[in-house]
Design a protein around this ligand. Sequence first.
Ligand SMILES: *Cc1c(COP(=O)(O)O)cnc(C)c1O
Length: 383
Amino acid sequence: MAASGNIPYGKQFIDDDDIGVVVEVLRSEYLTTGPKVLEFEEAVAGFCGVKHAVAVSNGTAALHCAMYAAGVGPGDEVIVPPMTFVATANAVVFQGAVPVFADVDSGTLLIDPSKVEEKINEKTRAIVAVDYAGHPCDYDSLREIARKYNLLLIADACHSLGARYRGKPVGTLADMTIFSFHPVKHITTGEGGMVVTDDDRFADRLKKFRNHGISSDHHQRSRESTWIYEMTDLGFNYRITDLQCGLGLSQLKKLPFFLEKRRELARHYKEVLCRVEGIRVLEVKSHVEHAYHLFVILVDTENVSRESLFRSLRSRGVGVNVHYIPVHLHPFYRNRFGTAEGLCPVAEEAYEKILSLPIFPAMQRDQVDEVVQHLLAEIGVLK
Ligand SMILES: *Cc1c(COP(=O)(O)O)cnc(C)c1O
């Protein structure tokens, strides 16, 4: 074990302001669906420069709401990348549709627009772009394809809150954009998620789906002094609480600082890693501002396998991780949809080499040095 203790791969940053806000909400009239929900939605919409934001209980629920709002249903296909968390594809399945996996680009591990176009047929309804690690996808190409084939473009931006593409903020690049506020993400509400959109109709459908498919909320009924409500569609209870949104508001104030810290740590990783033989970092396009949810390296050396590097770094107290097992290789997808090895060779090959190194706002520069020293000790070669 390393004497200097453990370094997790990700960790929330909570200060006294965060704690104060949550306590304040606890003493207020509303614990759930009160003023903080709307305030948080407006704050995130303002941050992203979009018209609507709909907050829900987690990022997976946000993906499900977006699939519903997009009108995805049985008989439809939705194109997704394999290099993502399972929830991206699961949300398609929740709606009875089929996720179709389009391979990623080998330099960035982002969905490859040319592979997307190959998968389009008359059943295709939407494309989900995942901003893997915090790098925005090739939105110019994806939007062009979506326009050409009349498809919706949905961004799973659970890694990229605060990132920019050609100067435009994530949130404005797709028809709907999804965020997660899980503790390892850029800002946290414990559990939480959001969909942002400029489209009024999508916003209405998202709000309905998070509240049982009922077309009005309790505030509206109280204002109109009526008990009558109509359930027009089958929805869920995907509501988020005022406690969580109070925390989200306080976290959002620190987001510029969180982003700066992540970018600074990534810069430092790159400076020191370029001296280590057999380690590659992912490509970053010059027209993006990366949000660095993850710092992913590719282990490409004869000296040590990714497996043994993973094990030895863990035993040295370094919280490395692997993001992700390609989704189409999970037993559920193999069994339900007949997916197998060979479907997305670029993602499958990358999966053998990827390793996520620790990165989080409270991490120190010398902890980056420490991680790299452990790596060097295992690989043992300088350039
Ligand atoms: C975290 C994450 C999700 C799910 O978000 P939860 O809030 O954990 O439900 C979905 N997609 C991606 C890419 C994620 O990283």
